[in-house]
Design a protein around this ligand. Structure first.
Ligand code: SAM
Length: 291
């Protein structure tokens, strides 16, 4: 069998560090599928993700789903102040142990990341100047969490997130690509989105069925106002709900041909060929007569 390689292909993966494996074994913890648990036990990979995230000393970071804490350790090594949100209570004592050696830079929160108020979490870290998200996301809630961060009150300074490869492709896809759809349109309306690292399934313990990829999202300097983002989601839902139909038909209830003409979009075009800017034009045209 060939040795697994570092994602950039430069060197063989370091063997999984004994401490994380041992910590899991001595706590009697095995992965629980209900929580989408696939652990990164190789600290070199965790460090690489933190480097790709550009995290430097003093920055505030929220990490969802720290599990045994590999990525958390790498974030702490980089000098970040970190708040972790973990739903599985079996990890809390382990994480609190890690917090004891983190000199006050690690806050452990037990709960569901879908329900947490990130702004309150950041205030707890002592910052009003925003925070970053770095996370190996649980597969089952990865997309709803991303949508929450793209559309909610809390606007992260950056997001560096591990997804299933197929979801990563749906986030970064361009018009005309098979994976292009509502998620790409929403993500690229508010952020610049790039896939920055691929990871094979064998990099995780236990290995998932599919490969993974890290996506980095940086908010655009001129982010559209929230009501326009909501309108865009509405238009994209209608258009991609019937992606094989022409827009004149798929967005019929939002104005159909008239709406397309007002937006400068060909009514005979299909959703999958309309660029993110085109969807923004459709959203603007839809909102305009109502203002
Ligand atoms: N960060 C760890 C790593 O890389 O080894 C674990 C990643 S594992 C893919 C996902 C983690 O998210 C698990 O620890 C799981 O218990 C946790 N999790 C699952 N659903 C969650 C939720 N709704 N809120 C917070 N954590 C959750």
């Amino acid at each position: 069998m060939t040795e697994p390689r570092d994602p950039d292909g430069a060197s063989p993966l370091a063997p999984s560090p004994a401490p994380l494996r041992d910590i899991l074994a001595s706590a009697g913890i095995s992965a629980d599928k209900r929580f989408g648990q696939h652990f990164l036990l190789d600290l070199n990979i965790c460090r690489k993700i933190v480097r790709l995230a550009g995290i430097v000393e003093g920055q505030a970071v929220i990490e969802v789903g720290p599990g045994p804490g590999g990525l958390t350790r790498a974030l702490l090594e980089a000098g970040a102040r970190v708040a972790v949100v973990e739903r599985d209570p079996r990890f809390i004592a382990l994480l609190e142990n890690l917090a004891l050696s983190a000199g006050g830079r690690l806050t452990v929160i037990e709960g569901d990341a879908l329900d947490i108020d990130e702004l309150a979490v950041l205030r707890g870290l002592g910052t009003d100047s925003g925070g970053h998200i770095v996370s190996n996301l649980p597969y089952n809630v990865g997309t709803p969490l991303l949508v929450k961060w793209l559309t909610g009150d809390f606007q992260p300074l950056s997001m560096t997130l591990m997804f299933q490869k197929e979801v990563a492709l749906r986030i970064v896809a361009s018009a005309g690509q098979a994976e292009y759809g509502r998620l790409a349109v929403l993500a690229q309306t508010v952020c610049e989105a790039r896939s920055v690292m691929d990871l094979p399934a064998r990099a995780f313990t236990p290995p998932p069925k599919v490969a993974s990829a890290v996506v980095r999202l940086i908010p655009l300097e001129h982010r559209p106002p929230r009501d326009l983002v909501e309108a865009l989601q509405h238009v994209a839902r209608a258009a991609f709900g019937q992606r094989r139909k022409m827009l004149r038909s798929s967005v019929r209830f939002l104005g159909g041909e008239q709406l397309c003409i007002a937006a400068g979009i060909d009514p005979d075009a299909r959703a999958e060929t309309i660029s993110v800017a085109g969807f923004m034009a459709l959203a603007e045209a839809w909102v305009a007569p109502r203002n």
